[in-house]
Design a protein around this ligand. Structure first.
Ligand code: ATP
Ligand code: MG
Ligand code: MG
Ligand code: MG
Length: 562
């Protein structure tokens, strides 16, 4: 492409509202432009990178047998009402009315749409397992859209959904997806970690997030310095419950105090978390009081809860209420089983690694670590334990460290949450109707693009890994007014195109300094400059990342790049 004819508006200054490098650089280098808060256009070179990231995602999805399809962005409210998420998704869901006053949501995620499709079209175990995916813009009215592409209100997501006949079969699909995700992020050159993202109620291995390690990440992960253990501390729940027992009528009086005390204790213990703005909320679930510590920067969830129940302390009178609470708590995709076992609330809820419930009885308080299921007696709430930096890793290997991460992908065993509510069944080999077992798998494609820039830039601009760079070669003529330079550059441009090399040709009549600065901003891996030695057929080749420079004859260029 000839730069003189392309829309690549570069800027000398950082945009005023940009706090992080990916936002600054993608804007300055003419990859993206903001239209409104959290809403961006991808300009031509931005679109090229997006397509390359997509292509890698698509290839790895197809390798594991997922098939691409496309669902509408407009989703009728009736479907969301079937699962209860019309209410529980809260204000993140963008809603609108058509001319006949029917309600719709702009697709924030597509569990309902795909389940509705599959329940009509898939009837037999012979058609399972089935995995489909799409790559499409999603809409979420984020409370705080920020950090450019990292948290948009309209953003590109790859979302996949699997339907299986059994949990064993789901495990297999999940593992394949997990591996595909690892391949994708590895191919994208990212320094990432797969982290446990479970809620206590869901068990320890039902959901993982893929986190790109970065100081600007909004999530905090705890990981072992020697093993593969890693967990999102947001997701690893510590829930303190206070049980009201029949034998102990005084329990009722105690409720207020221990509840509040616990909140305080939890807060004290989570000094680290508190710095990130933890908040505690006390819920009453049946006979139990449940303390939930939420992260302050997950404002949206706090707001959701407030909207739902209009209180910090909620009495859940019915299963419906419980569902609403759980729905509100589990973020956007995750299901939480509803039933007696539901006491631990919300995957986003709590901020430490040990899953503790504590109750009161005649002897005092007891605590249960929900993950090994062990009870232990302690005197004081102060004995609640949370993992801190330097603690032994829960898997027994190494010690815990904290790091910040950007959530670029999320794999989730949904189980029967959606299929049960929406009645998606199939006939098994005995001719008996069974509920489908589901999984869902998301990748923030546009967020991933920004995460790459967070890891690949220097003080002068972006330094793309070659497989996602918008072009492989940036060809410059230092002074296109000079006939020999223009001629050689034009000729090289044609040669590179013929050789199938993606080349951006800066043929503009600009000063060399402007061209070099733009070139560094763009981050194209190889720069070929046609300058003073054009008449001898000699050009300068420079590697963007290493700065390595060489003079080569023009006929060596194709070989050099390939
Ligand atoms: P977050 O915790 O950052 O809000 P999420 O858990 O709500 O993300 P999911 O519902 O798991 O997001 O969606 C799948 C993927 O979509 C995420 O892993 C992330 O990469 C991407 N994503 C989610 N929200 C946004 C957003 N507002 N902007 C860009 N990408 C997003
Ligand atoms: Mg979210
Ligand atoms: Mg998340
Ligand atoms: Mg997620």
């Amino acid at each position: 492409m000839k730069q003189s004819q392309m829309l690549i508006p570069t800027l000398k200054e950082d945009p005023a509202d940009a706090e992080i490098q990916s936002h600054k650089l993608l804007t300055r280098a003419g990859y993206i432009r903001q239209i409104a808060a959290g809403i961006y256009s991808f300009l031509p070179i931005g679109q090229r990178v997006l397509r390359k990231v997509e292509a890698i995602v698509r290839e790895e999805m197809e390798k594991v047998g997922a098939h691409e399809m496309m669902m509408p962005a407009l989703e009728p409210s009736e479907l969301w009402k079937e699962t209860g998420r019309w209410t529980t998704f809260g204000s993140e869901l963008m809603r609108l009315h058509d001319r006949n006053d029917r309600e719709f949501a702009l697709g924030a995620t597509h569990e309902e749409v795909i389940t509705s499709l599959v329940r009509h079209e898939v009837k037999s175990y012979k058609q399972l397992p089935l995995t489909v995916f799409q790559i499409q813009n999603k809409f979420r009215d984020e409370a705080r859209p920020r950090f450019g592409l990292l948290r948009g209100r309209e953003f590109l997501m790859k979302d996949a959904y699997s339907f299986n006949e059994s949990y064993e079969s789901l495990d297999e699909t999940y593992q394949k997806m997990f591996d595909a995700y690892s391949n994708i992020f590895r191919r994208l050159g990212l320094n990432f970690r797969a982290v446990i993202a479970d809620s206590g109620a869901m068990g320890g291995k039902d959901t993982h997030e893929f986190m790109v390690l970065s100081e600007v990440g909004e999530d905090v992960i705890a990981y072992s310095d020697t093993s593969r253990y890693a967990a999102n501390i947001e997701m690893a729940p510590v829930v303190a419950t206070y049980e009201k027992t029949a034998e102990e009528p005084r329990a009722m009086e105690k409720i207020e105090t221990p509840g509040q005390k616990t909140m305080q204790q939890v807060a004290d213990y989570l000094g680290h978390g508190l710095e990130q703005g933890l908040k505690a909320i006390l819920f009453q679930v049946d006979e139990e009081f449940v303390l939930v510590v939420t992260r302050g920067d997950h404002e949206v969830n706090d707001v959701k809860l407030k909207n739902l129940f209009d209180a910090d302390i909620v009495e859940l009178a019915s299963e419906e209420d419980t569902k609403r609470l759980l729905g509100a708590g589990f973020g956007s995709l995750g299901p939480v089983a509803v039933g007696e076992e539901v006491r631990v609330v919300a995957d986003h809820a709590v901020n430490a690694l040990v899953n503790v419930s504590c109750g009161a009885n005649e002897e005092g308080y007891h605590y249960t670590n929900v993950t090994p299921g062990q009870d232990f007696e302690v005197e004081e709430y102060a004995d609640l334990r949370f993992i801190k930096e330097g603690d032994p890793s829960p898997d027994g290997e190494g010690t815990i460290k904290f790091a910040r991460g950007i959530e670029v992908g999320h794999v989730f065993k949904l189980g029967e949450f959606y299929s049960e509510r929406m009645n998606a069944t199939f006939l098994n080999d005995q001719g008996k109707a069974n509920t489908m077992i589901m999984g869902s798998y998301g990748i923030g494609v546009s967020r991933t693009l920004a995460a790459i820039v967070e890891q690949y830039h220097d003080e002068r601009g972006i330094t793309w890994p070659a497989n996602v760079a918008p072009y492989q070669v940036h060809l410059l003529s230092m002074n296109p007014k000079k006939e020999d330079q223009k001629e050689l550059a034009d000729q090289l441009y044609d040669t590179l195109l013929e050789a199938g090399i993606e080349v951006l040709y800066d043929d503009r009549k600009e000063r060399a300094g402007v061209k070099f600065a733009d070139s560094d901003l763009f981050g194209i891996p190889v720069r070929v400059t046609v300058g003073k030695r054009a008449s001898e057929g000699i050009v300068e080749v420079k590697e963007r990342t290493t700065g390595e420079q060489n003079e080569l004859s023009h006929d060596e260029i194709v070989g050099y790049v390939k």
